[in-house]
Design a protein around this ligand. Structure first.
Ligand SMILES: [Fe+2]
Length: 292
């Protein structure tokens, strides 16, 4: 059967590539599944979400009948648990339950970090600065209240980016899998002190899945000076700029959310209404989604 991620095994790659492209959703609408209540999914809803995740490493949901007055954070962790997401990655700004409420903070500690502002967030995977034991493989978001305007997320499955890069030049993949490809300088991220993190952009996880860590924020990353790594990093920036049929843009409205294997994403700028502030809940996991 071969190994699709082995650069020396083109036939295995070509078979996987063809199947992957054929299965990939062609519009953002194809990613969205209507569900009654994420805290109590039925079998059909679970199967429909898992189908999207298998094809694109992500699915979005839109709730029709959430239980009135329910705790959104508890509902989000219940949803994660249905998909095998149990090992929460806690950061200093998460609440005790490990779920981080994201809203605009105009002063205080959180105001220093972009997620808590109205500013755009460039392409990244969550937790790209984490050391290997705390690598973030699963990511869920739930929108309790959207911004007054804007706040769209652009989304891309890392496997599709891998395909675009490998088709352009397999040398990009070899460069991005180098152990010294990308260094994230030590810093404090959302309140947690951390040493430099050196590692690959792409690697194959224990279960055989492709994994990725990435940030487009130039001040947060030091790329290897190797010309092949530099060329590969430039190719990523260009490909994420699009256009591509594999790039999606979605705005999460109230009761909508994202369930993903930590896909690449942005957050576009938004305008907040302090009388009805934007509120999203975010949960990061060390697990991948079970069965995907
Ligand atoms: Fe993020």
């Amino acid at each position: 059967m071969g190994n699709r991620f082995d650069l020396a095994d083109y036939p295995a790659y070509a078979r996987w590539r063809e199947a992957r492209i054929a299965a990939h959703p062609t519009s953002v609408a194809d990613l969205v599944v209507e569900v009654d209540d994420i805290a109590a999914l039925n079998q059909a809803e679970h199967a429909a979400l898992l189908d999207r995740i298998r094809r694109a490493n992500m699915a979005a949901y839109a709730e029709r009948r959430p239980q009135p007055g329910r705790d959104d954070k508890a509902a989000l962790t219940a949803l994660g648990a249905r998909f095998g997401l149990v090992s929460l990655d806690r950061n200093a700004l998460a609440d005790d339950d490990g779920v981080t409420p994201l809203s605009v903070h105009r002063d205080g500690t959180r105001a220093r970090y972009i997620p808590y502002t109205e500013r755009p967030i460039a392409w990244h995977t969550d937790g790209y600065y984490n050391h290997p034991p705390r690598r973030v493989r699963g990511l869920t978001l739930h929108c309790a209240r959207p911004a007054a305007e804007g706040g769209v997320n652009r989304l891309m499955d890392a496997e599709m980016l891998y395909i675009l890069l490998r088709d352009e030049d397999p040398g990009h993949i070899a460069a991005l899998m180098r152990d010294d490809a990308m260094t994230i300088p030590g810093n404090d991220e959302e309140g947690l002190q951390r040493a430099d993190t050196v590692g690959p952009v792409f690697w194959i996880d224990g279960g055989g899945a492709l994994a990725m860590r990435y940030t487009a924020r130039a001040r947060n990353v030091m790329w290897s000076p190797d010309p092949a790594v530099q060329a590969a990093a430039a190719a990523i920036r260009r490909l994420l700029d699009g256009p591509s049929p594999f790039l999606f843009a979605a705005r999460l409205e109230a009761g909508m959310g994202l369930l993903s294997n930590n896909v690449l994403h942005t957050r576009e700028p938004f305008r907040d209404d302090p009388a009805a502030p934007r509120l999203l809940y975010r949960a990061r996991y060390h697990d991948r989604i079970a069965g995907s």
